[in-house]
Design a protein around this ligand. Structure first.
Ligand SMILES: NC(=O)c1ccc[n+]([C@@H]2O[C@H](COP(=O)([O-])OP(=O)(O)OC[C@H]3O[C@@H](n4cnc5c(N)ncnc54)[C@H](O)[C@@H]3O)[C@@H](O)[C@H]2O)c1
Length: 325
């Protein structure tokens, strides 16, 4: 029987891309899952499968509202905190809202978890905390100066979590996700991530816009690896707690190559995509040129292994988006 059977897990942001994938996995493992979400960037359709389960519950509300957090925390064993406003550009345009949700909201959820004696609090941090630190691969103990309000919000989450671990004894683990991609990621809107945005445009026969000259690279991480890392973080021994972990594939892919792979994959389903040529635009403020995460610490303490490499993840993702268009 799965170690999650009969465990009660709260997934904040469970209607979002990562949270809904976590929810489905935990339900499949026999857990009781409660989602807390205000649907600001998440979707009801992401919970369509989950809602068929008797072990699923939805609390609709805002993490900035403490009473909502307390109601959602009732009877919970573990928290996977995903709710946040993502996107560096969004945070530069409207820093107060990003900081309000990502820092004040985070503190509400964490303090509620303390008061409800939750066994462990695992939360979504981000590779953005590395800021201007240039060493590659990024290792957890060397962060730089944050380059955006979003990055500051994630750095604050880590500081607050460690402080609450010391003050109140709650077991905390932060997972620094690196450019996650896969099924259910939102392809629309000004703040869409690069992979779903490119796929969405290409399937509409529009040329994708590459910011910069295409040499910027990222450690793109397929969603199943992130789901696995969260499950491992819930189950790991206490020596794994009070630390931050990179969750990545440990490999780099530049944007020009990414575009080439997506074009090749998508043209298997839609031959017209093969004719599309990318357009090159300005670099975006707050973007770092290269990002590559060392997974040595996650391997050591969490037993993390890359389950799905980038190439296979991109194939699966293209197939999924094509099936939805
Ligand atoms: N996707 C990535 O590549 C990536 C990389 C690094 C970190 N992260 C972090 O992972 C987490 C999940 O990201 P995602 O890509 O699934 O984003 P997402 O936007 O798909 O999901 C976030 C969810 O949080 C919910 N939410 C936002 N504000 C809320 C509030 N005030 N109250 C309640 N719910 C609220 C949204 O409605 C949404 O369902 C976030 O914390 C994000 O910062 C993501």
């Amino acid at each position: 029987m799965s170690q999650f059977a009969a465990q009660r897990v709260l997934v904040t942001g469970g209607a979002g891309f990562i949270g809904s994938n976590l929810t489905d996995r935990l339900l499949a493992e026999g857990a009781f899952v409660r989602v807390l979400d205000n649907f600001s960037t998440g979707y009801r359709k992401n919970l369509a499968e989950a809602q068929k389960s008797e072990r699923f519950e939805l609390v609709e509300g805002d993490i900035r509202d403490r009473a909502v957090c307390d109601a959602a925390m009732e009877g919970i064993d573990y928290v996977l905190h995903q709710a946040a406003l993502g996107s560096v550009p969004r945070s530069i345009k409207d820093p107060a809202t990003t900081v309000g949700v990502n820092v004040f909201g985070f503190t509400n959820v964490l303090h509620s978890a303390v008061e409800h004696k939750v066994k462990r609090f695992v939360f979504a941090s981000s590779s953005s905390v590395y800021g201007d630190e240039k060493t590659l691969p990024k290792v957890e103990e060397r962060t730089g100066t944050a380059l955006s309000p979003y990055a500051i919000s994630k750095q604050s989450n880590e500081t607050i979590a460690l402080n609450f671990g010391t003050l109140y004894g709650i077991e905390v683990i932060g997972l620094r996700y690196f450019n996650v991609f896969g099924q259910r990621q939102d392809p629309d809107g000004a703040y869409a991530a690069v992979i779903p945005k490119f796929i969405g445009r290409m399937l509409s026969h529009e040329a994708p816009v590459i910011n910069g000259d295409g040499s910027y690279s990222r450690d793109f991480t397929y969603i199943d690896n992130v789901v696995e890392a969260n499950c491992l973080a819930l189950l790991a021994g206490r020596e794994a707690c009070f630390k931050m972990y990179n969750v990545s594939c440990g490999s780099e892919l530049d944007l020009k190559s990414l575009y080439g792979i997506l074009r090749e994959e998508l043209s298997k389903y839609d031959p017209a995509v093969a004719e599309l040529e990318a357009v090159y635009g300005e670099c975006r403020a707050g973007d770092i040129p290269h990002s590559l995460g060392s997974i040595a610490r996650a391997e050591k303490y969490l037993g993390y292994r890359v389950k799905v490499q980038v190439a296979e993840g991109l194939q699966r993702t293209c197939k999924w988006f094509y099936s939805k268009c």
